[in-house]
Design a protein around this ligand. Structure first.
Ligand code: AKG
Length: 390
């Protein structure tokens, strides 16, 4: 594989080397046509019965892909033998070009947040070590010559994250690119940008500290030129025909693999805490489905359910108050208590920061209901003092 950012599916050393050095890797030819057809059928079936953006691991039609030995082997090559599912996954599916395809999240951003003193701060290593989580993207369209790919800032998994933000990334000078018969002049950036030319079967892997954006616009006459999304927008406003259109609906699957460590504990808690997000939506995500838990155990993957735990706790706590998140019958209350109890019993954190609840009090409680009540009180109290709680 000659390209500096690409590696063959079985070349774990190269995948690891490229990810460590650049913060991402385009892994070629991991999945075959049958795999892709099966996944697409699963996405279609799942989208008929549930809304988009469900937790992948709660979807019986699709969750198997997370435990696919080919993907687990790549994840273990990057992160070591013990993997954690941090609760982050996404299913993007639409039958024809619609909102997903036309309005992708095209802002450059990085997902790695959570510092010991401030759960909302972008993560930064004191030793410039590599963040121990990767997002895997399976894209079902061919983005070698068409718009819609993932864009990354090469090497942005290291160093001061602020340097990659919009306020600092532009040099103040200009850069020039040959696009067919045209030459475009645009604001220059300090770090190289790269649009990943993925084709069906490839797996796009990027570090959670790597700055990236969705829906890269490719120049029809020179697809290898990557410019900042702001520059894409400016060009698009004046000369949209310079860009190749998307090849079809932007259907894709995203899911994270992480290692059990401090920064991942903080990331999981940062994702779980914000109480303003859709609690009922979280309750509907079934990552604690017994079949999923079995798959995780069989494949040696630790599951974290912090988002769901918070949702269950605040739903129970609010159920008798003036603004219940959900009105619960006595039977539903009991069922939810039981569900939360099961999750809390196996819940294990990887750092002492922003502890969810007092484990000792939970263990020593007289019975199940008292144990859950003590944990619910702890979680609600922690939320009210947590800086990210909205
Ligand atoms: O939608 C994409 O292509 C990239 C996904 C993304 O930006 C994210 O998962 O943070």
């Amino acid at each position: 594989m000659s390209h500096q950012y690409h590696a063959a599916a079985h070349d774990f050393a190269a995948i690891r080397e490229i990810c460590e050095r650049h913060g991402f890797c385009l892994v070629k030819g991991v999945l075959n046509r049958d795999d892709l057809n099966g996944l697409l059928a699963g996405m279609r079936a799942a989208s008929r019965v549930r809304q988009n953006s469900s937790d992948l691991l709660g979807l019986p039609e699709l969750r198997q892909i997370y435990f696919d030995p080919r993907l687990l082997a790549i994840a273990r090559a990057l992160l070591g033998p013990q993997l954690v599912y941090d609760g982050e996954s996404n299913v993007n599916f639409e039958e024809t070009i619609g909102a997903n395809t036309l309005n992708p999240y095209s802002r450059l951003h990085c997902d790695a947040k959570g510092m010991p003193g401030d759960i909302t701060r972008m993560w930064r290593s004191p030793t410039d070590a590599t963040y121990r989580a990767y997002r895997f993207g399976i894209y079902f369209q061919d983005y070698r010559h068409a718009s819609g790919a993932l864009k990354v800032i090469v090497g942005s998994h290291r160093g001061d994250p602020a340097g990659y933000e919009e306020a600092q990334i532009f040099t103040g000078g200009m850069e020039s690119h040959a696009i067919g018969r045209h030459r475009i002049e645009c604001p220059a950036v300090r770090y190289p940008l790269y649009n990943l030319p993925s084709e069906p079967g490839d797996v796009v892997v990027w570090n959670l500290r790597t700055f990236h954006s969705a829906g890269a616009k490719l120049f029809a006459d020179n697809p290898s030129v990557a410019v900042h999304p702001k520059v894409e927008d400016d060009i698009s406003a004046e000369a949209p025909a310079l860009f190749a259109p998307p090849p079809g609906p932007r259907n894709a699957l995203f899911f994270d693999y992480a290692a059990p460590c401090e920064e991942i504990d903080l990331y999981i808690k940062w994702r779980a805490w914000p109480v303003s997000s859709d609690m009922s939506g979280r309750l509907a995500k079934r990552s604690d489905d017994p079949a999923t838990l079995r798959l995780a155990a069989d494949n040696g993957v630790i599951m974290r359910h912090d988002g769901l735990i918070v949702a269950l706790a605040v739903t129970l706590a609010s159920s008798n108050g003036p603004n219940p998140i959900q009105k619960l019958t006595a039977a539903e209350y009991d069922q939810m208590t039981q569900r939360l109890h099961g999750l809390l019993r196996t819940h294990a954190e990887f750092s002492p920061h922003f502890r969810m609840f007092d484990r000792e009090r939970f263990e020593k409680a007289a019975n199940r209901n008292a144990a859950v009540a003590s944990a619910v009180n702890g979680i609600v109290a922690a939320l009210s003092v947590n800086p990210s709680a909205a």
